[in-house]
Design a protein around this ligand. Structure first.
Ligand code: DGY
Length: 334
C-alpha cells in the first residue's frame, strides 16, 4: 500500500522525521529553508498532511490551493498561523500541541519577570562593560517580586501554571480572562482573584500576558493600557506578538512610564522593532519560552501523534475543529 505524502515545513528533530517516515512519504526540510507562500503551495501539491510550526502561515489562500490536504498539525499550542475556519470549510483537520509546554513556558515567564524587574541582563551588560568601580547604595535598583501583586491576563493552563509558581514568592494574584475560571482552579492558582482588565492594570505590580492571539486580542496592551499601569510595573509577554502594541511599549519604556519589560514574542518577529535594542530596561528573548529540550521534543512528538492519527482515520488527540471530523465522517457515510 502506498503511504500518504506529507510535508514537514521546517527543520525538526531527525528522530521525529524518522518516526513520521514509518507512516508517510515525508518531504522534510532539514536545511530549514523558509518557504514563500508560492513555494509552500507548490510543495503541498499531492500532500495529505502538513507538519507545521508557527512560522508557516497556512492561510485560506494556501488551503484553497492545496486540494489534497487532509490534516494540518501545528507544533505549537498557539495556532494563529492557521486559518482554522477555512480548513474546517474544506474538511481539513487542524491540531495543536497543548499541555506539554505549560510548565516549561511558565518557568520561562518567571525567568523574564525576575530578569526584567531585578535588572539582571542590564546588570550583566553594565558589569561586562567595566562600569563596576565601587559599591553604591543605589546601583541598579529594581522592583521586588516577593509580596507584590501579580496580574495575569489569560488564565488558561499556562496562566494557571504561572500563578502556581507565585506561591513561593508569597504574592497576591489577580487575573483577567474572557470568563472567570472555576473556583477550584482559582484556589490552586494561589487563590487568584478575577478582576476587570482596568483593575488589573491599575493595581498589579507586575503584569504577565498568557492569552492566545486572536483578532480580538490584538493590542490588548496599547498606549491607553500602558498609561493605566503603575510606572514601577514590569510587563512580561510570553504569549504572542501582536497582543502588545510594540511601538507604544517602546515609547512607554523610553519615557520611564513603565519600569521594565520582558519579551519573548514580538510583532512581525523575527524582524522585531529595532527600537527595543536602544533600551536597557527590556529583556529580549527570541521566542524560546517553550524551548527546553524535553518540551520541544514532546511538542514535536505530539504534533506527529496528531498527524499519524488524523491521516489514519482516527480523531487526533488535539483536534481543534471537530466540525471538520464530523464533515469527513458525514461524507464517508454518503
Ligand atoms: C506555542 O506553542 O505556541 C509557542 O509559542 C511555541 O511556538
Amino acid at each position: 500500500m502506498t503511504k500518504p505524502e506529507i510535508l514537514v515545513t521546517r527543520a525538526v528533530f531527525p528522530d521525529v522525521v524518522e518516526r513520521l517516515s514509518q507512516y508517510f512519504e515525508v518531504e522534510a526540510n532539514p536545511d530549514d529553508q523558509l518557504y514563500s507562500k508560492d513555494e509552500l503551495i507548490a510543495k503541498l501539491q499531492g500532500k495529505a498532511g502538513v507538519f507545521t510550526t508557527p512560522s508557516s502561515s497556512i492561510t485560506a489562500e494556501v488551503i484553497a490551493a492545496c486540494p489534497s490536504l487532509k490534516a494540518i498539525c501545528n507544533m505549537a499550542v498557539g495556532f494563529n498561523n492557521i486559518d482554522v475556519a477555512a480548513a474546517t470549510q474544506a474538511g481539513i483537520l487542524v491540531t495543536n500541541t497543548p499541555d506539554v509546554l505549560n510548565e516549561t513556558t511558565a518557568d520561562f515567564a518567571w525567568a523574564l519577570l525576575l530578569a526584567a524587574a531585578r535588572r539582571v541582563t542590564e546588570s550583566e551588560h553594565w558589569l561586562r562593560a567595566g562600569k563596576w568601580q565601587k559599591w553604591r547604595y543605589d546601583t541598579l535598583l529594581g522592583a521586588d517580586i516577593h509580596g507584590a501583586t501579580l496580574g495575569i491576563i489569560g488564565m488558561g493552563r499556562i496562566g494557571q501554571a504561572i500563578a502556581r509558581r507565585s506561591m513561593g514568592f508569597d504574592m497576591n494574584v489577580i487575573y483577567h480572562n474572557r470568563s472567570r475560571v472555576p473556583e477550584q482552579l482559582e484556589a490552586r492558582a494561589n487563590n487568584a482573584r478575577y478582576v476587570s482588565k482596568e483593575e488589573l492594570l491599575r493595581t498589579a505590580d507586575h503584569v504577565m500576558l498568557a492569552l492566545p492571539y486572536s483578532p480580538e486580542a490584538h493590542h490588548t496592551i496599547g498606549a491607553a493600557e500602558l498609561a493605566q499601569m503603575k510606572p514601577s510595573a514590569t510587563l512580561v509577554n510570553i504569549a504572542r506578538g501582536g497582543i502588545v502594541d510594540d511601538a507604544a511599549l517602546i515609547v512607554a519604556l523610553r519615557a520611564g512610564r513603565l519600569a521594565a519589560a520582558g519579551l519573548d514574542v514580538f510583532e512581525n518577529e523575527p524582524a522585531f522593532d529595532p527600537g527595543f535594542l536602544t533600551l536597557s530596561n527590556v529583556v529580549l528573548t527570541p521566542h524560546i519560552a517553550s524551548a527546553s529540550e524535553p518540551t520541544r521534543r514532546a511538542m514535536a512528538n505530539c504534533a506527529a501523534d496528531n498527524l499519524i492519527a488524523a491521516l489514519g482515520g482516527i480523531s487526533p488527540p488535539n483536534l481543534l475543529n471537530p466540525e471538520a471530523m464530523a464533515k469527513i465522517q458525514g461524507m464517508a457515510k454518503g
